[in-house]
Design a protein around this ligand. Structure first.
Ligand SMILES: [Zn+2]
Ligand SMILES: [Zn+2]
Length: 308
C-alpha cells in the first residue's frame, strides 16, 4: 500500500461534492417531468454503471475473481468512475480495509461501529463519506503501479462530468435531471451493500462478521446483495450461491451473467469459483440436513482452514 499527496486528497474531495450536486440536481426532474426516453436513460445509466462497479471495480480490480485484458479493465474503470463513486485506487483501498477489518473500528463503513441502530445505518449508507474516514489510509500498490488506473483514479470526476454533459447534449435539462437522478439512485443502491447487507438477510455460511444474503440488495445491485457468500468466499466471481437443506442452490446474479458473457467473447478467463466441497464446508449447520453431513462439514472445514 502506498501513500498519496495532499493534491490527491484535494482531487478526491471533488467526489463527494459532485454526489451532493447530484442529489440537488435530481430535483430538476420535478420541474421538467420525465418522458419515457428519459426514464430509459435513467435505467440505462444505472445498470451500466452498476455493472462496472460490481463486475469491474469489485470482482475484477479488487478481488481478482477472474482475469481480463488490460484495456477492458481500463475502460471498465472509466465507466466505474462515471458512477461518481471515486476512482479505482480509492475504491479498492476502502474495500480491502472493509474485508480486512470487517465490523471493527478500522472497517470504514460498518453499521455496528462507531455507531449502532439508525445512526449506524446512516453511517454505513453514506455518512462515513462525510467524515475523515473518506480518505483512505494508503492506496493499493498494484493499482498505483498502473499509470492508466492511477490517472483514472486522480481524474475520477471527469467521466462523471462528461456523462452529465452528454446527457444535457442529448435532451437538455430533462436528460440532465435524469442523469442526476440516476447517479443519486446508483449512489444509494451501491451503499446498501455496506448497510443493509450487513443488517438484513440470512447467513447460510460461516463468517466472522454480520454479512447477509439479501435478495432486495441483490436486486438493486445486480447480484452484490448475496454478501454473506461474498464474505465467506471473497475470490468467487459468482456471489449468488446459498445452501438450503444441505443442497447448493444458485441464485440470480446478473453480474456473474455479465462476466460469463465477457468469457464467451474471450474477454474474461480463469473465473474463480468455490468447489462444492468448499461451499458445504462453510455451510452453517442448520442448513445441513443431518448430523453426518455436519460432521463431514466440520472435518472439511478443518482441512480448509489448514489450507489457508
Ligand atoms: Zn461487507
Ligand atoms: Zn468484496
Amino acid at each position: 500500500m502506498g501513500q498519496y499527496s495532499q493534491f490527491t486528497s484535494i482531487l478526491y474531495l471533488i467526489g463527494p461534492m459532485l454526489i451532493i450536486v447530484s442529489h440537488i440536481g435530481s430535483l430538476l426532474v420535478f420541474t421538467t417531468g420525465l418522458s419515457w426516453g428519459a426514464i430509459a436513460w435513467i435505467f440505462l445509466l444505472y445498470v451500466t454503471r452498476m455493472l462496472a462497479t460490481t463486475g469491474i471495480y469489485h470482482r475484477l480490480l479488487t478481488h481478482k475473481s477472474y482475469q481480463a485484458p488490460k484495456p477492458l479493465l481500463w475502460i471498465g474503470c472509466i465507466v466505474g468512475a462515471s458512477a461518481g463513486q471515486m476512482g479505482p485506487s480509492w475504491w479498492k483501498a476502502h474495500h480491502m480495509s472493509h474485508h480486512q477489518y470487517v465490523e471493527s473500528d478500522r472497517d470504514p463503513h460498518s453499521p455496528y461501529t462507531p455507531f449502532l441502530g439508525i445512526k449506524g445505518f446512516y453511517w454505513s449508507q453514506g455518512g462515513w463519506l462525510l467524515s475523515s474516514r473518506f480518505f483512505p489510509d494508503k492506496l493499493p500498490l498494484d493499482v498505483e503501479s498502473d499509470l492508466v488506473l492511477k490517472l483514472i483514479d486522480r481524474l475520477h470526476f471527469i467521466p462523471l462530468v462528461a456523462l452529465g454533459a452528454v446527457s444535457y447534449y442529448i435532451g437538455g435539462l430533462e436528460y440532465l435531471g435524469a442523469f442526476f437522478f440516476s447517479t443519486t439512485l446508483l449512489f444509494h443502491g451501491v451503499q446498501t451493500v455496506n448497510s443493509l447487507s450487513h443488517i438484513v438477510g440470512d447467513q447460510p455460511f460461516i463468517t466472522d462478521d454480520h454479512s447477509r444474503n439479501s435478495g432486495f440488495v441483490a436486486l438493486l445491485t445486480l447480484g452484490e446483495g448475496w454478501h454473506n457468500l461474498h464474505h465467506a468466499f471473497q475470490s468467487s466471481c459468482r456471489h449468488g450461491i446459498t445452501i438450503r437443506d444441505g443442497q447448493i442452490v444458485y441464485l440470480p446474479d446478473p453480474t456473474f451473467d455479465f462476466i460469463k458473457m465477457l468469457e464467451s467473447f474471450k474477454l474474461a478467463s480463469k473465473l474463480r469459483l468455490p468447489s462444492e466441497k468448499d461451499l458445504l464446508s462453510k455451510a452453517k449447520k442448520q442448513n445441513l440436513p443431518n448430523l453426518e453431513l455436519a460432521i463431514a462439514s466440520d472435518k472439511s472445514k478443518e482441512t480448509y482452514s489448514n489450507l489457508h
